[in-house]
Design a protein around this ligand. Structure first.
Ligand SMILES: O=c1ccn([C@@H]2O[C@H](COP(=O)(O)O)[C@@H](O)[C@H]2O)c(=O)[nH]1
Length: 275
């Protein structure tokens, strides 16, 4: 999905919500354990209930990789079940020396070799240009670079200054030598509030993938106040607060209700910018 198509989806659905399929087999409703693939069944019902309210699903690969072959099969089935007009994100946080990154890029972007063809993959910038460029070599795909993460320990490295710039600022400026608004987004945590204003000085038009509302307590209002652009420029993710809204038979309906609350807030924010 390209930038214009993503903006169209945001307008049509009046939403810039991404739902995180962080599906932990130990947290899903017990009745699903009778299915052949309980994790896929959970995801399928969540997707059926919420696909008209969100523009993206973010699959955090850790929740699948930890279950070995069975987990990877659930991931592939879930990926294949995603509606075609949904922006699909593999939240894998990859990045390594160039030839290894090329293998990671194949794993998420090259359907012929891996059965997966995500729109976007998250990448850690620490190893620099040659670790990121293999992802960018896929036309029509997105690299989502970690810039300022939502966790408390983001301060350990990301705010450190070198040559008068904080590390996350260097990530934002340097990476724009390799990519542009059509193939690069940045992860910025919703918990970082006012930092969005600084980020917008350096990346005024890029889409930002924003985790941290819901379970981590980030404020959607603040994210929009400091981070929204005239084309929206935001994909805001919530995982646990939506998918684990109930662990009974009504789990998918409960997820829909939670997602609708966030979507309504987003609809109001989009009205303010005239989208
Ligand atoms: O800075 C970051 C980068 C990634 N994440 C991921 O987003 C979701 C958040 O889940 P919640 O349940 O809504 O807290 C999860 O997959 C994280 O690994 C992040 O939180 N912060």
């Amino acid at each position: 999905m390209n930038r214009q198509q993503l903006i169209e989806q945001i307008k049509i659905k009046k939403s810039f919500l991404s739902i995180g399929l962080d599906t932990d087999i130990h947290k899903i409703p017990k009745h699903l354990l009778d299915f052949d693939d309980p994790v896929f069944e959970f995801n399928k019902q969540i997707i059926d209930a919420t696909k008209n309210i969100c523009v993206s699903y973010k699959i955090n690969t850790a929740f699948y990789e930890c279950r070995g072959i069975a987990g990877w099969q659930s991931l592939i089935k879930t990926f294949n079940y995603l509606p075609k007009d949904i922006f699909s994100i593999a939240d894998a946080k990859r990045g390594d020396i160039g030839n290894t990154s090329a293998m990671y890029a194949d794993a998420f972007f090259n359907k012929e070799s891996s059965n997966l063809d995500f729109d976007a993959v998250t990448v850690a910038p620490y190893m620099g240009a040659d670790s990121v460029k293999p992802f960018l070599s896929y036309k029509g795909k997105w690299t989502i670079l970690l810039a300022l993460t939502s966790n408390e320990s983001a301060q350990d490295f990301q705010f450190l200054e070198t040559a008068g710039k904080q590390l996350f600022e260097t990530v934002l400026t340097k990476s724009q030598e390799w990519a542009n608004e059509e193939n690069m987004m940045y992860v910025v945590g919703a918990t970082k509030g006012k930092a969005f204003a600084d980020i917008r000085k350096l990346a005024p038009n890029h889409f930002l993938l924003v985790p941290g509302v819901g379970a981590q307590g980030g404020s959607l209002a603040d994210v929009c106040k400091y981070g929204i652009t005239k084309e929206c420029g935001l994909i805001v993710n919530s995982s646990r607060a939506i998918i684990y809204a109930s662990n009974g038979y009504d789990f998918a309906e409960a997820a829909k209700i939670e997602a609708e609350k966030v979507q309504l807030e987003m609809e109001n924010e989009l009205k303010i910018i005239g989208l």
